[in-house]
Design a protein around this ligand. Structure first.
Ligand code: GSH
Length: 165
């Protein structure tokens, strides 16, 4: 179904779609076209799209390396040098949105939008690894935003309820 060999993949009848952020945009356009999650106004939409793309280009690779390296690899097989480098790179990505979230409640502004979904999924992994006692910077505004997400019923049901392992 997905030539990249990765998840997620959406299948609706004979329609198959992959690339997670494309799936999110499709679902919104198809089922909630007038939603404030992804407003039509070009600059508002571009701002949301920009942050969704940045999740893919800046956050996804190092965050996945941290997650796979630590959570999915047995302790005796972990490459701690590579993991430390990936943590530094991931922290740089969170550091990029920290000042943004210090001045507004959500990534693209004062309301929750599609931009918060891909970053929000990774936030649960990042903060869910607190128990490992990693040496990494604190991001108070990102954490406050994560707490706001945790108060949302849909986030509780679909993200918080998932074990990070
Ligand atoms: N750009 C792709 C990335 C997909 C991706 O990295 N998927 C991960 C899970 S989040 C995966 O399938 N990992 C399994 C593997 O690497 O074997 C998307 O956003 O859909």
């Amino acid at each position: 179904m997905n030539p990249t060999g990765l998840v997620p993949t959406l299948q609706e009848g004979d329609f198959t779609l992959w690339e997670s952020n494309v799936i999110i945009r499709y679902l919104c356009a198809q089922y909630a076209p007038d939603s404030p999650l992804w407003p039509l106004e070009p600059r508002v939409r571009a701002n949301i799209d920009r942050w969704m793309d940045a999740q893919q280009t800046v956050l996804n690779r190092p965050m996945s390396a941290v997650f796979w390296g630590l959570v999915r690899t047995p302790a005796d097989k972990r490459d701690m040098t590579a993991i430390a480098a990936a943590i530094t790179e991931t922290a740089r990505a969170w550091g990029m949105i920290e000042p943004l979230l210090a001045k507004q409640a959500y990534i693209a502004g004062d309301t929750f939008t599609l931009a918060d979904i891909p970053w929000g999924v990774h936030a649960h992994r990042w903060f869910g690894m607190d128990y490992l006692g990693l040496d990494r910077p604190d991001f108070p505004s990102v954490r406050a935003w994560y707490d706001r997400l945790c108060a949302r019923p849909a986030y509780q049901e679909h993200i918080v309820a998932c074990p990070i392992s």
